[in-house]
Structure formats: structure tokens, C-alpha cells
Ligand binder design. Structure first.
Ligand code: 7RM
Length: 640
């Protein structure tokens, strides 16, 4: 059994132990899992080289810790409950035994297609149970899955498949999202055309629409699954063998393929899941994140299933058929823990209280948020109207890179404060540093958030680019892992995350690099250059503001060019990366060395009109007032 902290005193005591003797602490936690062979050392590390190895020498298969380990007590307990997009379609429930059968069969399918340990398998699927089956089947045979969120464009999909060197793609005919049908296979076809590495595609039938099947390359899931056996022995993995690659945005244009490994990720995801949500036997846990993002990986699939939980997955969106969809699901399935993003809370809050009428939310015990800072108003609404003042909120801070939750209350144990992620979890040693790299000691300080010691769930490298891993995370503050987030430690020692301090923006919980969006905009033939910044947005947290220089566009064609820029971004990245505002400008504020001064553009986008600080290094200071005047102009036009 994975140990569970149950009192504040227990937390304080265990936390002290976990930081004074981290290897002893994690050694004990790891003992509650099933290993074919135990480790020879708990941890070897060197942050200067971006290295950490956990449970070295240990052998295991993660899926044996989900299935074999739970088969005696939980064979007939639902592992996965699936709620479809359309409430009129029947929901599905798979017990641990049933899910095990499906995973084994699909693992045999992969084997029959020649997939070997260490091969990369790309997965581009909507939120259906087969997505979970596919990823666990990879883990069963030691293949490395790389899931690409099904909202990404063909271009983004092929870029990621090429980088990962994926040889096989698992996808579907289409997908449902609210009242829309997404042509997944058509997008996948376009992506496969541009990458030579993918030789085989497995197509799941979801929408039943007509799709083109390329003979010799494309196979139906249902055909392949029909003639394979129900047993598939688990492949023995080293603790440090990769489990998956997940791409995330950074401050440069190219997304980073973060690599998570088997043993440490297993221990960390399950331990943090059980402790943060205080999951108990028989509870129904609902995480609304898409599996295409890290939250779905760790807290919809791996953490819950490793902990023997019943995990509910939802195919659709919170506002279709109406804004009561989440609350209907909670009512229907008697959900006990609910984990979502602040942007969802804000958008539902804005749609009014009527959607809560006649919904029974009394099963709820714990509420969680993740992905971006939660403002006080949204926190209170969630607390009062969803949790009815009796459910603790866990505001969980973490990243794709961290693999699991790092700073968060443990539900019902850590006293909460609205908009605070509160305290570090076991073994996590946060440090706050200033720009010179000096650690800020004591309370009531604000600076950049770093972590001083490894934890088992951390990413080990960037796929095929360890130098970039070192450069991105371990160079700014030598000896520390740098998160890219700003943070405040208040007078009580509580942590409040202030948001990114680099060129990453967070739009509706989607993490995007401004450079990525700029690259897409700059593809447009009429665009000379552009600068993208985030600005405060009431629902999305941050909106996307693009300043675009395109001297040649024909007068009067402003709307046309804006539309075609939106299209360029949709095609290159995906619809979720479309700028909320585009302003055509004559120039961008630049330093003498040619660097765009984003700090100024961020202020302008946020509505500031003076106090731009030191602008003496600017080559063209007059452009600031021009941009502001044009902005006001176009905004007053827009509101007329
Ligand atoms: C889990 C996830 C990571 C970035 C991170 C932060 C922001 C995440 C919170 C948060 C304030 C939170 N992974 N972030 N959680 N900010 N409070 N509770 O979202 O890789 O996609 O994004 O998200 O800026 O660095 S992620």
C-alpha cells in the first residue's frame, strides 16, 4: 500500500524526514511497489550535468503495478469510467480485469506489427478509452509512447513524429468535441505525408465517417484486435528506461520532447496522486484534462491506475450541450474528487448560476485546480458553489518537466489560502532566487522559483538533445533546476505562483511559446516580422496579442490579412493558438542590437500608456506612441 499522510503534524514530520534524508524517504515509498529486481542505489545525480537517476539497477514493468498488482483485490472494480461527448450515448466502464484484457490484446497487436522495446509510438487520438489502452499497451511491451494532443495541426503532428522518430501512428477516423466533428484521420494523413518515419497507422473507428485507407500502411484497430491472444507477458524494463516522450512549448520555437522514465515516474505519480487528493478506496475520481497534456498522463491515467483508483475520463467539453455538463457528470457518476483548470472554472462562472440548478454535487469531497494561477474570485466561486464550502481546494503547481505535483496542499490536511499553491510536497526543496542567482532566504520574498534537489518524477532529458536540457533548466542558476516561474513566499511561508518569467504564455491552461506563434505568423507571405505577447484575459488567464509588421498589405485589406494570419497559426500549430488580437504596426520597438523589447509590448497589450521604464537603449522610441495611438484607434473602431 502506498503510504498516505493524514494529518498536518504527519505532513510536517514526514516533510522534514523527506528533505533531511531524501533517499531514505523514497526508498521506503518505492518499497510499496512491485519490482522484479530491486535497485542498487536510490539516487545518483549531478544537476550541473542535468543528470538524475533513480532506483538504478531496478527492473520492473509499470503495467504489472497497475494490473497484476491489483488483480487480487480489484479485478472487478472499475478502473476506467468513460463519459462520452454526447450525454445520450451510453457511458462505458472497464474493470481492472477488462482493461487488462484490452491492454494485453492491443500490446499483442503492436507486437504483431513488429513494434519493439524502445520504439517510439505516436498516438493522436480523441478522449476515448482506446487512448488509455494504447498508451498502456506501449508500456506493457516497453515501447515509448508520444501522445500528441488531438487539437494540434498536421504540421505540429508531423514535426513531433519526426523528432521522436516514430515508426507507427495510432489514430482515429474522427473525433467529437461539443457539436463539432474533427477530421482526425485527414489531419493524420497530411502529417504522415510529411514524415517518412511512420510506416504503419492503426485507425480506430469513432465517428464512423468515410476515410481514405492507404493499403499496406493503414489498418483498422477492430480488424487487428480480432485475431490476437489475450495474454501478453510484460517486458522487463530498467527503472531508467524511457516510458514516454511528451512535447511541450518553451521560449524558443521548437517544442521540447521531454523524456520521462519508468521507475521514478511510477513512484512519484502514484504517491502524489494518493496524497494530494487523499484518494480512498471506492472513490470516483474525475480529472477533466486531456490525456494529450501532462495532467492527463499523470493524473488521469498513471497516478490513479497505479494507486488502484477508479478514474473517470470525459470525451467532451464543459459547455456542451450546456454549461452544466461537468456538474451532470459529477451528479451521474457520484464523483468524489474533481480536478480541472482555472480557465474552465472562470468560463463556467461567467455563464451564471442557473447551470447548477438541480445538480447533486454532494458526493464531492475534494476539488483541484492546475495549469495556471487561479484568481481569488474563481477560487471562491469554486469553493462556495461547487464545493458548497465543505470541500478543500488543492491548487496544484507543477509542470510537464516535473512529471507530478510539486507544490500543493494535501486535501483536508494543509490549511489553504485562495490563490496559493501553499506548501511543497514530500522531498521537494523549493528555492527562491533573484536575477543575480542569490537565494532569497526567509519569508516575504519574491523571485524566480528553483528546485534544489531531484525528485523521482522529474524529466530526465530532452529527446536527443541533452545539451538543450542542461541549457534550459540547469544553466541559469548552476546547481538548481530552474522552473521558469516567478513565485512569492508570503509571511507564513506559503507559496504563490506568479506566472512565467520567460517567453512562455499560458492560454486557457495551454502552454504556448510566443516564438512558436511568431514563427507561424511569419510564414504568411505578406508578414515581415511579428512579436507575440500575453495579456491579462478574464476567462483564458492570458490572451494572445500579436503585433504584426506587414508593409505591403493593400489598404482596406486589414480584416482579410488578419483572417489569413489566424489561418496560418491554425495550420501551423492548431486552433487553440490563434491570436485573440492582431494589431498591424509599422514597426516594433527594438534595441540598437536589433532585439525586440517585449517588455514594452507586454505593457501596451495590457493597456498601459506610459511609464515604460528605461527606453534609452531603444533605436526607435517614437514607435511606442504610434503603436498606442493605433491600438486605441482600432479598439474604438471595434467597439463602434
Ligand atoms: C501541469 C501543467 C506548466 C506551467 C507552469 C506554470 C503553470 C501550472 C499552476 C501554474 C500557477 C498552478 N504543466 N502552472 N500549475 N501556475 N498555479 N497551480 O500545467 O507544462 O503544461 O505548464 O503552468 O507557469 O510553469 S505545463
Amino acid at each position: 500500500m502506498i503510504p498516505k499522510i493524514s494529518t498536518l503534524g504527519g505532513y510536517i514530520f514526514e516533510y522534514q524526514k523527506s528533505v533531511s534524508n531524501p533517499t531514505g524517504f523514497w526508498n521506503n515509498i518505492a518499497e510499496s511497489f512491485y519490482w522484479r529486481k530491486k535497485w542498487s542505489s536510490v539516487l545518483e545525480w549531478d544537476f550541473l550535468r542535468g543528470d538524475a537517476q533513480w532506483f538504478k539497477g531496478a527492473k520492473l514493468n509499470l503495467t504489472e503495478n497497475i494490473f497484476e498488482r491489483h488483480m487480487f483485490f480489484r479485478a472487478n472494480q472499475p478502473a476506467l469510467v468513460w463519459e462520452p461527448n454526447d450525454p445520450d450515448e451510453a457511458h462505458r466502464s472497464l474493470t481492472y480485469e477488462e482493461l487488462f484484457d484490452e491492454v494485453n490484446k492491443f500490446a499483442n497487436v503492436l507486437k504483431s506489427l513488429g513494434v519493439l522495446k524502445g520504439d517510439r509510438v505516436a498516438i493522436y487520438l480523441p478522449m476515448v478509452p482506446e487512448l488509455v489502452i494504447a498508451m498502456l499497451a506501449c508500456a506493457r511491451i516497453g515501447a515509448i509512447h508520444s501522445i500528441i494532443f488531438a487539437g494540434f495541426s498536421a504540421q505540429s503532428l508531423s514535426e513531433r513524429m519526426i523528432d521522436a522518430g516514430a515508426t507507427i501512428l495510432i489514430t482515429s477516423d474522427g473525433g467529437y468535441r461539443g457539436n463539432k466533428t474533427i477530421p482526425i484521420k485527414a489531419i493524420a494523413d497530411e502529417a504522415m505525408e510529411n514524415c517518412q518515419c511512420v510506416k504503419t497507422a492503426i485507425i480506430l473507428k469513432r465517428t464512423g465517417e468515410e476515410v481514405a485507407m492507404q493499403p499496406g500502411r493503414d489498418f483498422w484497430w477492430s480488424d487487428l484486435i480480432a485475431d490476437v491472444g489475450i495474454h501478453c507477458p510484460a517486458t522487463e524494463m530498467d527503472a531508467e528506461d524511457p516510458l514516454f516522450i511528451l512535447y511541450t512549448s518553451g521560449s524558443t520555437g521548437k517544442p521540447k520532447g521531454l523524456v520521462h522514465t519508468t521507475g521514478g515516474y511510477m513512484v512519484y505519480s502514484a504517491y502524489t496522486f494518493k496524497n494530494v487528493f487523499q484518494y480512498g478506496d471506492g472513490d470516483i475520481y474525475f480529472c477533466s484534462a486531456d490525456i494529450g497534456w501532462i495532467t492527463g498522463h499523470t493524473y488521469l491515467v498513471y497516478g490513479p491506475l497505479l494507486a488502484g483508483a477508479t478514474s473517470l475520463m470525459f470525451e467532451g467539453i464543459p459547455t456542451w450541450p450546456d454549461a452544466g455538463r461537468f456538474w451532470d457528470i459529477i451528479d451521474k457518476h457520484q464523483v468524489n474528487q474533481f480536478y480541472t483548470a482555472p480557465t474552465a472554472i472562470r468560463s463556467l462562472m461567467a455563464l451564471g448560476m442557473e447551470w447548477l440548478n438541480n445538480k447533486d454535487l454532494s458526493s464531492l469531497k475534494v476539488l483541484g485546480t492546475v495549469g495556471e494561477p487561479i484568481n481569488e474570485a474563481a477560487w471562491h466561486w469554486y469553493h462556495d458553489h461547487i464545493g458548497k464550502n465543505r470541500c478543500p481546494i488543492v491548487d496544484t503547481w507543477w509542470q510537464t518537466e516535473t512529471g507530478g505535483i510539486m507544490i500543493s496542499p494535501m486535501a483536508g490536511i494543509t490549511p489553504t489560502k485562495p490563490s496559493y499553491a501553499t506548501m511543497p510536497l514530500m522531498g521537494i526543496q523549493p528555492k527562491i532566487v533573484n536575477h543575480e542567482g542569490k537565494e532569497l532566504m526567509g519569508n516575504s520574498v519574491e523571485g524566480n522559483l528553483c528546485i534544489a534537489f531531484p525528485w523521482p518524477g522529474m524529466a530526465r532529458t530532452i529527446w536527443k538533445d541533452h545539451d538543450r536540457f542542461i541549457k534550459t533548466y540547469f544553466t541559469a542558476y548552476p546547481g538548481l533546476y530552474f522552473t521558469g516561474d516567478g513565485v512569492k513566499r508570503d509571511e507564513d511561508g506559503y507559496y504563490r505562483i506568479l506566472g512565467r518569467v520567460d517567453d512562455v504564455i499560458n492560454v486557457s491552461g495551454h502552454r504556448l511559446g510566443t516564438a512558436e506563434i511568431e514563427n507561424a505568423i511569419n510564414e504568411h507571405p505578406l508578414v515581415d516580422e511579428s512579436a507575440v505577447v500575453g495579456y491579462p484575459h478574464a476567462i483564458k488567464g492570458q490572451g494572445i496579442y500579436a503585433f504584426v509588421v506587414c508593409p505591403q498589405f493593400s489598404t482596406g485589406g486589414e480584416e482579410g490579412i488578419k483572417t489569413s494570419i489566424q489561418l496560418a497559426v491554425t495550420n501551423m500549430i492548431g486552433p487553440f493558438a490563434k491570436p485573440d488580437k492582431i494589431q498591424i504596426v509599422n514597426g516594433l520597438p527594438k534595441t540598437r542590437s536589433g532585439k525586440i523589447m517585449r517588455r514594452i509590448l507586454m505593457k501596451i497589450a495590457a493597456g498601459q500608456i506610459d511609464n515604460f521604464g528605461d527606453i534609452t537603449t531603444l533605436l526607435n522610441p517614437e514607435i511606442i506612441q504610434t503603436i498606442i495611438a493605433d491600438k486605441n484607434d482600432s479598439e474604438s473602431k471595434a467597439s463602434n
